[in-house]
Ligand binder design. Structure first.
Ligand SMILES: [Ca+2]
Length: 488
């Protein structure tokens, strides 16, 4: 039976939402803790998105939809990934535990292999009455923790990576030579959004939202976009948003002065693409094309995100849905002579993170140091779910009310042999071999040198600072033995 309260709520909803939408009507009094009153969660992951967005102060970038999300939510200006490579970063975020030199190390990392028995975020939400759905790229491998999703994880299938015939031909030819070789690093084809995977993903996500809107349980919908990951393929109209003539290499395109060699790499991921020299600097013309392509992919992805957010609003779901937008790590667009991620520089570790939650602050930014392992406890707290014992992050829900509230003194992450710590002023990194022997260190003062151009770790007057940062890093960084598995 419907009580008066329900009838009034339903009438109000009917007035607010499109008539084509059937509002959810509670069939009975909400059943204890699993009621629809729990917020839905729309969890948007973007692959390889660095925080070079209009709403993050990059006025040359066209990102109106993410900007709008930022205007209606809290933008985190100092958010960091745990490890700067796809699969590993995602596994750390979804398990809520830190990476170590042995755990979460590669783009192929699976959480269920590296952290067996650890309950992932999707599994936890599912076990607490949420209807959990994974679309696109969330875990790197779709089969990873797949039983934590209420439906089999969905990805667009059979979408070729290129739409121009000559590019596809070259791609196939190079793949025949070597599995890791690929076609060109970019493509501007005059095709509709749906010609590429992310356009299809957005369309499917809208369909799924329409379906989820009719369910009684709250949902946890994860939508993982594939761009701006290489190759930089996007419909031409997104390339046309930028003037190639104005695009140039970043000012800090040389390796930092006195940086240890172990901190740098050969940008191997990019070298696999056709027309990219196997070693040496990326020619300036190609570098500018790559930057242009990355920007085009950012705008393309932004437009797809816009479609999903518009559907959320159209269905009247935005009033009771927490929206999180995050990236798995940053990206180097030529900074330090580097391309791609795979390192401990700020450009690799820093990510965009925006959280919009009903009843919380809107259009503000927070300079609190936030780590992606903090998302799991934050969303649990926001949804009223218990916190699993194994979590190593800390809820930042309080920052959504007061963006200046105290949270953490440092963000700690790693890649390869490097462990790195970011405080509000410094980034300090140390590299060790498998036996723990120190291979190199670096320190950047982000107040004086935000582009990380001079490694000041050897300056005698900073010895005490270095010792303090090294101590803090050693205390915080991931330790294999601290993790206790919970039964699933
Ligand atoms: Ca990635």
């Amino acid at each position: 039976m419907l009580c008066h309260r329900h009838v009034i709520a339903v009438l109000a909803l009917l007035l607010l939402v499109s008539t084509s939408v059937v509002p959810r009507v509670a069939q009975a009094e909400p059943s204890e803790s699993y009621s629809k009153q729990r917020p839905n969660i729309l969890f948007i992951a973007v692959d390889d998105l660095r925080p070079e967005l209009h709403c993050y102060g990059a006025s040359h970038i066209v990102s109106p939809n993410i900007d709008r999300l930022a205007r209606t939510g809290v933008r985190f200006d100092m958010a960091y990934c745990m490890v700067s490579v796809c699969g590993a970063s995602r596994a750390s975020l979804m398990t809520g535990i830190r990476p170590t030199p042995r755990r979460f190390t590669s783009y192929l990392t699976r959480a269920d292999k590296d952290a067996p028995g650890i309950k992932t975020m999707n599994t936890h939400f599912r076990q607490h009455g949420y209807y959990t759905v994974s679309l696109g790229k969330i875990f790197h491998v779709p089969a990873d923790n797949a039983d934590g999703w209420s439906e089999k994880p969905w990805r667009p299938s059979g979408v070729p990576p290129y739409r121009l015939e000559e590019n596809m031909r070259l791609h196939r030819q190079r793949q025949r030579q070597h599995r890791r070789k690929r076609g060109p690093p970019y493509e501007a084809a005059d095709v509709p959004d749906e010609a590429y995977a992310d356009g299809q993903l957005a369309q499917h996500a809208v369909d799924v939202l329409e379906r989820l809107a009719k369910r009684d349980e709250p949902f946890f919908l994860a939508v993982g976009f594939f761009k701006p990951h290489l190759p930089f393929v996007a419909p031409k109209k997104y390339w046309d948003l930028y003037d190639f003539e104005t695009i140039d290499l970043p000012p800090n395109h040389e390796a930092p002065k006195d940086a240890p060699a172990v901190s740098l790499h050969n940008s191997g991921e990019l070298r696999a693409y056709a027309g990219v020299p196997a070693k040496g600097p990326i020619p300036r013309e190609l570098a500018r094309r790559l930057i242009h392509g990355y920007y085009a992919c950012v705008s393309y992805t932004d437009a797809q995100i816009g479609k999903v957010l518009a559907a959320l609003e159209r269905l009247g779901l935005d009033e009771n849905t927490i929206v999180v937008l995050w990236s798995d790590h940053g990206w180097n667009l030529g900074e330090h002579g580097l391309w791609c991620k795979h390192c401990c520089y700020e450009t690799s570790m820093r990510i965009p993170l925006i959280v919009r939650a009903p009843g919380k602050q809107q259009g503000v930014s927070s300079f609190a140091l936030v780590e992606t392992i903090d998302l799991y406890p934050t969303l649990c707290e926001a949804a009223g779910l218990p916190l699993p014992q194994h979590l190593e992050g800390k809820s930042f829900l309080g920052l959504l009310d007061d963006p200046k509230a105290a949270h953490k003194s440092a963000a700690v992450g790693r890649y390869g042999r490097g462990d790195t710590i970011r405080t509000h002023r410094y980034r300090f990194t140390e590299y060790r071999n498998g036996q723990g022997k120190l291979l190199g260190t670096m320190l950047y003062n982000h107040v004086d040198d935000p582009d990380e151009t001079v490694n000041i770790v050897k300056q005698p007057e900073l010895a005490e600072t270095v010792a303090e940062l090294a101590k803090q890093l050693s205390q915080i960084k991931g330790k294999d033995e601290t993790v206790t598995a919970e039964s699933k």
